[in-house]
Design a protein around this ligand. Structure first.
Ligand code: GDP
Ligand code: IMO
Ligand code: MG
Length: 423
């Protein structure tokens, strides 16, 4: 059986959580492959909105197995909060959520280091979510990190104290005062480890291999987006993991031969939180409208998201890198009042037209737009492709022709039911 991969094709917040929840009935297993509590995946059903950070978005389907893969970084405090919220809803996640022994742990000092390093960068800050993501992945690659399997080791406390004292030294070098914040955070963290220890830790690579051999269908859930990928985003304004399809193989320990569909989530416009290049960003009334109507405020940090027109140059790049087979288009309902909808079809860099993403972050990128007519109609009630206005269908066709990839899913609202499948 194949493993399908679902990921974001922009700067995150494309609506991955919603689409994972919607397609979960087609799968047996949902496995998160990277990122951590920097992610905020929202989904809605029965009039209630849920936001997940570390736990895969298939968790609301009780009969499905959910796996947190080795590529994920786990903050026990966030994990504990998420579990408590699920239990309060009557779910029993210990039954259907399994965690890779190889996933790394975010320590309280990782969060503080994130804050200290961002403060040190001043105007050049990444605008990180301050969840400790960068410092945790740094310890992973430096081969000094703590993993889930260490929780069960006799010398766990020794390992923890060793890393803690290194972190304290670093914080002191940054002149970061942790005397007030650390004790409280640490007490919560140590207590939250009890929750983590209640879950079955697995060798997810073996488990997934066995599932696939047994004919089970697996969906790999990505976090963030392609343009925040450590290698292919606008470095250094990126996250610290591989958000692209290749990340699913390292983040879960999969054999690439199992690759099936790659479902790329695309918002009908663009948003970005934090610093870094954003060629189609709008600083005017239209940008404000997108933010207000689209409720573009971070699901993790509450920060207002920067908003702009759909960028087809960046999208084509993301489609190429991920080998996307199917696009899920979200949030076009947000643009229902617009007379004209611009899409960026080329960049002008140093006076020259290009269809390629520049590598440097200092380049001044001027977007070249193709204006398309707006559909000027509420599409949020449409439940079939045929019911959509022709102008919107033309917009879909335009994107498909430009990119060469089919838009198989159209999302017209945050709810599970506001989803149109084209096949
Ligand atoms: P994720 O990080 O990719 O899972 O996306 P987020 O949850 O951070 O942000 C997407 C936001 O848009 C959430 O509030 C969703 O409930 C909402 N959303 C998802 N799809 C649609 C859609 O088609 N239309 C509208 N209006 N909202 C949507
Ligand atoms: P989901 O999964 C949007 C951004 C941060 C910052 C940069 C680095 O909900 O789409 P980090 O904390 O990872 O070191 O921050 O990446 N970022 C996200 N933006 N959605 C996310 O996740 C993000 N996760 C990180 O704002 O610019
Ligand atoms: Mg999000």
């Amino acid at each position: 059986m194949k493993i399908d991969i679902l990921l974001g094709l922009q700067w995150g917040d494309e609506g991955k959580g919603k689409i994972v929840d919607v397609v979960t009935p087609d799968y047996d297993v949902i496995a998160r492959f990277q990122g951590g509590p920097n992610a905020g995946h929202s989904l809605e059903f029965n009039g209630i909105r849920h936001v997940l950070h570390i736990i895969p978005s298939g968790i609301f389907h009780r009969e499905k197995t959910n796996i947190i893969g080795n590529g994920v970084v786990i903050d026990p405090i966030t994990f504990d909060e998420e579990i408590k919220a699920l239990v309060a809803m009557g779910l029993t996640p210990t039954d259907n959520l399994f965690i890779s022994k190889k996933a790394h742990l975010i320590m309280p000092t990782h969060r503080l280091l994130d804050a200290a390093q961002e403060a040190k960068k001043g105007a050049g800050k990444i605008g990180s979510t301050l969840k400790g993501i960068g410092p945790t992945y740094t310890d992973k690659t430096a081969r000094s990190g703590l993993r889930v399997c260490d929780l069960y080791a006799a010398n766990f406390d020794e390992q923890y104290q060793k890393l803690l004292s290194q972190h304290k030294e670093m914080l002191t070098q940054y002149h970061y005062d942790f005397s007030e914040t650390l004790p409280e955070l640490e007490a919560r963290w140590l207590k939250a480890l009890d929750t983590l220890r209640q879950f079955t830790a697995i060798d997810s690579e073996y488990v997934l291999y066995e599932y696939l051999q047994a004919g089970k269908k697996v969906l790999a859930e990505g976090a963030q987006g392609t343009l925040l990928d450590l290698e292919f985003g606008a470095y250094p304004f990126v996250t610290s993991s591989n958000t692209i399809a290749a990340g699913a193989f390292t983040g879960l320990g999969l054999d690439p031969h199992f690759a099936g569909k790659v479902i790329g989530i695309v918002k009908a416009y663009c948003t970005r939180v934090g610093s870094g290049p954003f060629p189609t960003e709008l600083f005017d009334e239209t940008g404000e409208q997108l933010r207000t109507i689209g409720n573009e405020f971070g699901a993790t940090t509450g920060r207002p998201r920067r908003c702009g027109w759909l960028d087809l140059v960046a999208l084509k790049y993301a489609l190429m890198i991920n080998g996307v087979t199917d696009i899920a288009l979200t949030k076009a309902d947000v643009m229902s009042t617009f007379d004209t909808i611009n899409v960026c079809t080329a960049y002008k860099v140093q006076g020259k037209l290009t269809s390629r993403m520049p590598t440097g972050t200092d380049e001044v990128i001027e977007p070249v737009y193709t204006p398309l007519p707006g559909w000027k109609e509420d599409i949020s009630h449409c439940s079939s492709y045929d019911a959509l206005p022709q102008t919107f269908k033309d917009y879909i066709r335009y994107i498909e022709d430009f990119t060469g990839v089919k838009i198989s899913i159209v999302s017209v609202g945050p709810d599970r039911n506001a989803t149109i499948f084209r096949d």
